[in-house]
Every structure is written in structure tokens, then in C-alpha cells.
Design a protein around this ligand. Sequence first.
Ligand code: PMP
Length: 406
Amino acid sequence: MQAFDVTAVRREFPTLGTSVHGRPLVYLDNAATSQKPRAVISRLERYYAEENANVHRGVHVLSERATVAYESARSVVARFLGLDDPKGCVFVRGATEGINLVADSWGRSHLRPGDEILLTHLEHHANIVPWQLAAERTGAKVVVAPVTSRGEVDLAAFKGLLSARTRLVAFAHVSNALGTVNPAAEMTQLAKAAGATVLIDGCQAAAHFNVDVPSLGCDFYVFSGHKTFGPTGIGVLWGRAELLDAMPPYQSGGDMIRKVDFDGTTFREAPERFEAGTPHIAGVIGLAEALAFFMPIRASAHAHEQVLLSAATERLRAVKGLTVVGEASDKVAVLSFTMAGAHPHDIGTLLDADGIAIRTGHHCCMPLMKRLGLTGTARASFAFYNTLEEVEALGRALERVRKMTA
Ligand code: PMP
């Protein structure tokens, strides 16, 4: 593994050189969205300045060029997920749309009254609400695997909830609120042994470590481009081709059809089956650029982030009155915390005055917050471009918050 040169890496991200309130920006809100490297920004500009055309339907040079760029992006995504075949990689708006697509299309064609959809207590709302709606539509029932007070899924309870009724299991690879890394391969294996179909929400995993879908063994995997150093408005749903090809269309219109007649319409196979209308071409091309930037440094970036995580955990624990929320044995560099006497929103506002961007609130995980007896936390979430100096800046700023609110 190559040594990780964080100074050189940071130079590739223009926003990291900016100031906020006259202070150098310390960006610790990466779980909400990541910053973008120059390579992505300039690729988007080049696409719009030199290559802009609609894909798939054109015979002219620009359209052919855009189509080649669009389709080769699919191969980059496949490589990013450890897959040989890009066929199962569907471009969607983001993880949210990917989950909605499966809940709607797969749900409609597979869920029956009495079936169970097993989730965990640490899910993001995006991996709860679509299943609640699917359950309402089909008569299926949502069942929830508990988490421990350390923020880990209770595996024994998870196993105990699996039965012949379990039709689908959906869980986060990594918790956005706590940073917990779930034992995704083991959970998938247990679910598959019970005969269930498995969807993994990889939104918070894809930007932190190597995701190898074949070794996870799941049926669907989703992630968002904007959390993985790419543009907003683009994401990926990967599904087993045989499942996708058998699923009814989600949205319909141009490009997803084989033949349209007023007597009846036939549909293409995946991935086009689920890409109705003009896609987010620039987003797809920008995402491929982001993944191509990230892939070669992924392993060393992860090691660097683990150093940041242990340094930040130790530094924050040294702040009087501060409690770290989420103590899973396997975590990415996400630190949720509360501080006695200080509302999370006040912590966030005071840190912002110091140029430090964090997120506060329920992190779209209201059921998890309720389980932990909290209404919200303050959350510092790191990326590979963060530094030990920034960890120290966060620690010092939190000491000041404590003095101001004590
Ligand atoms: N799942 C998890 C674990 C997330 O963290 C998020 C975004 N915070 C989502 C799903 C939804 O992602 P998006 O808003 O990009 O669709």
C-alpha cells in the first residue's frame, strides 16, 4: 500500500482551500455530502463545453461520444463494486431512488400479505419509509432487528427474526448516524439461508472502503454519487440481472422500451429497463471520474481515516461533559456525540463560527435516536482529505463550546 499524502490529496479539492467566517474551512460533514476533486469539476465542464449531446438515440459524433462516455461510466461503476458485468448497474438519482425503485418494482411483484420485510433499528429514513409504503401496498409487514446501546445490530436477535416469512432483508452497510460498520456479508448469508432477498444500503460505505459486491452476496446494492466525491443527482442501484430483468418497470417512457404500440408495449432488459427518459448524463460521467479518482487511493485512504477516527475519538473523549454516541467495534470515521448542557444545534452553530462544518440533529434516523434516548446528536464525519490538525481544531473548538455553555 502506498503512503498516503494528505497534503497532496487536499490540493485536488478546491473547496478545502476556502475560508468560512474568516477561518480556514474544516469540513467535517462528509456523511451528508463529500467535496469534489478538480478532476470531477473539470470533467463536468469539458462535457458541457465540448461533448454535450443526448445519449443513445443519435447518429452524430457528439451523441456517439456522449453515449460512449455514458456507457463506459457503467463499466467504471461495475469495477468499483468488484463486478465483471456492468449490466446490473442502473443509474438512478441516488440511494433514495434506488431503494424506492426496488421497494416499488420488486415489492409490487414479490411481496404478499403476511410476508415480512426485515430492517434494522439503525436505518436511515431512506431505508425505512419506502418499505413501509411497500408494506402498506402489499399487506406485508415491516419487522425491525434491534441495535445494542453500543450502536451495533444485535446479531442473535437479527438471526432470531429471520423465518420462512422473511421475503426481504434491507440494511445499511454503514450507519450514517453512528459510523457502525455492519457485518454485511454475515448478515446477508444468514438472510439468504432463510430464503430472503437482500438489499444493502451502501451510501456510507462506498466512500470509505473497498466494496466488493460478489463477496457480500447480496441481491441489490445502492449508493449515492455525491457522497462518493461525485456530483449530486446521480447514484447507482446494482441488482442481480435475473432479478432486474424479471421486475416490472418503475418509471416508463423513452429509452426503456423495446417496442411501443397502442395495442401494447414491450420493455428492454436491465439496465435500460430502469432508465426511462434522458438520464443525468453529466452526472454519470462526473461520477465515473470521481470513482476513477478514488479507486487507486481507496485502501490507503481507509487506513488514513482509521488513524483520524482513533485520534478524534480519543481527543473528543478528553473534552469534559462530552459523550461519544456509538461505540461499535468496527466503525468508519464518523463521530456522533452529545455534550452535557449544550444542545446539538448550538454546538453546530458555535463550531460554524470557527469555520468547522459538522451536522446536528437526528441525521434522518429518528427511530435510532429514540432507541438511544436522544432527540439528536452532533456529528463530525471525516473523509480521507481530513487531517490530524483538523481533529485538533475540532477538539479545541469543543473545549471553547464547553466553556461557553457550562
Ligand atoms: N442511506 C444512508 C445510510 C444515508 O446516509 C443516506 C444519505 N444521508 C441515504 C441513504 C440517502 O441518500 P441520498 O439522499 O443521497 O439519496
